[in-house]
Design a protein around this ligand. Structure first.
Ligand code: UTP
Ligand code: MN
Length: 566
């Protein structure tokens, strides 16, 4: 049995009982606090820790509601517990609750980060009726007038993404006009909340768009139109929102933040007020955006090609099949494996591929190391591809390694496609190029291979489906049940001395990398790329033995990979 005490006719009995109970007696008898919830009741929602404000509620009503909540599997604690995530009050203003909490010795009340969330009794009542913590909506919040001032005082958001810590799950991810709080560290709670939202009926879903999503769409649209500066502006605004430790609920909160221009502010305002932006919706439904999105998701297709196809009147993948001759070899493979390559790669799949790559590398050059980089190194649970960085502690040993690895993998039947590029680093004669802002200076010159792995055609014990064989183009058919999956894999080989730079460069995120380079250039007069750090004025290359040392050379606080999700 879930609950030691059963209440019949729930939830009406609760409502009735709550109404019948005296709101406040003149001289309430102090009640002994009950035993901790864990001793008497099962805790069903460990991520949610309630605290009821006694002021105006009165001790007896508080005791009654506490028991009620505990019977429903909620954890209820005293005000001064650091574990409290939800503070529930009846008849007090937000400011009064902040004061009450301060008196109770709760020294960390952060109205800015909404930790804990300050809520009125309606959230509690609805949660009791729903028998679970309901998602917090704006109407549940108590108004704290000190909010704006505290924001100004407490939140100095750094202008470069490489100066900020951006976690994968952040406070402005899902919610939108239906604000909610996210307790730092309470990722599990946050995921639960997301799941709750997922369960909302479709009518609600439509209006739930995150501010970040909206801005990313605008960035993408600008990119599709070749307006890189505009695209960057939206992308930076989204990145700033991701780094905030609190959930934005009012557009005024953006006032003191960097990188949020007028247009981004307007979009955020629309999302906050209406749940979605009409402009973003228009973009998303436009024929051009949809076709561009469809085409650029093909492996080997960039904005220029997609745009040309659109101008030629092509709209669908079927249209492309008709004009098959227009496609490069790479694009044909991309089209063939379109669905697989647009299905997120799971971490377990990345790890399975990692084992094969390690085996291949070990066979070709014992002692060489393989490091998983990209989004997976930043802690992402899925990715669009899998990125590996290979090196060997003896400089020079890595030369020629990639072609051997590829041919080993190919012989094993692991590769559906590959295209490799030789190292062009030594061709770079002009040092000045490093300090220029030309795209050539930013391009990687490592020995590198873009490939499409056949997961399920992997050798030996790693094989997923029994008897899986490398599929040929002729035998491939979309939708047919099969035991293999096409997965994009990027293999990069770096000389040992450049490894820390390569690791930093290939870990991403793209926003983080872009700002690292921008910061180096504008704030430090240095040119950073995935090979080295060059001091422009002193005309010297700076060496580093680790990522930490690179941050040090740049005068930046070290940010670990999981906090580089800008
Ligand atoms: P990805 O495009 O693979 O992104 O590049 P990601 O962060 O791993 O995300 P998903 O999950 O695959 O979508 C990884 C990093 O490698 C660097 C970029 O900085 C990027 O952040 N990179 C990528 C380069 O330096 N050069 C390239 O040509 C590609
Ligand atoms: Mn990646």
């Amino acid at each position: 049995m879930n609950h030691p005490v059963q209440i019949l006719d729930w939830p009406c009995s609760i409502k009735l009982a709550m109404m019948q109970l005296p709101v406040k007696k003149k001289h309430p008898r102090r009640q002994e606090p009950g035993p901790p919830a864990s001793l008497e009741f099962c805790v069903h929602f460990p991520e949610v820790v309630l605290c009821l404000v006694e002021k105006r509620m009165g001790a007896s009503r508080k005791a009654f509601l506490t028991t009620l909540a505990r019977q429903r599997g909620f954890c209820v604690e005293d005000a001064n517990s650091e574990r409290v995530t939800h503070v529930v009050s009846e008849g007090n203003s937000g400011d009064e609750v902040v004061e009450w909490l301060k008196k109770k010795g709760r020294h960390y009340i952060d109205a800015v980060a909404d930790c804990p969330a300050l809520l009125n009794i309606s959230w509690f009542t609805e949660s009791m009726s729903a028998e679970r913590p309901v998602p917090i909506e704006p109407r549940h919040y108590l108004l704290v007038t000190a909010h704006a001032e505290e924001l100004e005082a407490k939140c100095q958001v750094a202008p470069y993404a490489c100066q900020r810590r951006t976690l994968l799950l952040h406070s402005n991810q899902a919610l939108v006009n239906k604000g909610t709080e996210c307790h730092p560290g309470f990722h599990h709670f946050y995921l639960t909340l997301l799941l709750c939202l997922e369960k909302q009926p479709d009518t609600h879903k439509k209006s739930r768009r995150s501010m970040e999503d909206a801005l990313q769409t605008m960035a993408e649209e600008a990119h599709f139109n070749g307006s890189e500066a505009r695209s960057l502006a939206f992308s930076r605004a989204a990145s700033v929102l991701k780094s905030l430790p609190w959930t934005v609920k009012r557009v005024q909160e953006l006032h003191s933040l960097p990188c949020i221009g007028e247009h981004s502010r307007r979009i955020v305002q629309e999302v906050l007020e209406d749940g979605a932006s009409a402009e973003v919706e228009r973009v998303q439904h436009s024929e051009r955006y949809q076709a561009m999105k469809l085409f650029t998701k093909i492996f080997g297709v960039g904005v220029k090609t997609a745009s040309r196809w659109y101008q030629e009147g092509l709209r669908t993948l079927a249209d492309l099949q008709v004009h098959h001759a227009k496609l490069s070899k790479e694009q044909q493979v991309g089209l063939l494996h379109y669905d697989d390559l647009n299905t997120p790669v799971e971490r377990s799949e990345a790890e399975a591929i990692g084992q094969v790559v390690r085996e291949a590398v070990e066979q070709c050059l014992p002692g060489a190391s393989v490091t998983l980089t990209g989004g997976f190194r930043r802690g992402k649970p899925t990715g669009h591809d899998v990125d590996f960085l290979v090196t060997h502690p003896t400089e020079g040993q890595e030369v020629g390694l990639l072609s051997k690895v590829i041919s080993w993998l190919d012989k094993q039947g692991c590769l559906l496609y590959y295209s490799s590029h030789r190292n062009t680093f030594l061709d770079l004669e002009d040092l000045e190029l490093w300090s220029s802002s030309s795209s050539a200076s930013m391009m990687d010159r490592f020995e590198r291979c873009f490939s499409i792995f056949c997961l399920g055609c992997l050798p030996g014990a790693l094989q997923r489906g029994a008897g899986a064989q490398k599929p040929s183009t002729a035998t491939w058919s979309p939708g047919a049940s099969r035991s293999w999956k096409a997965v994009r894999v990027d293999l990069v080989v770096s000389p040992y001395s450049q490894f820390p730079f390569a690791l930093l460069g290939w870990t991403g995120s793209r926003n983080f990398e872009r700002d690292l380079r921008r910061f180096s250039k504008h704030e430090k007069k240095m040119a950073l790329n995935s090979h080295t750090l060059y001091h422009v004025e002193q005309k010297i290359f700076l060496t580093a033995a680790s990522e930490e040392e690179i941050f040090q050379l740049l005068g930046l606080e070290y940010i670990p990979p999981e906090e580089r999700n800008a």
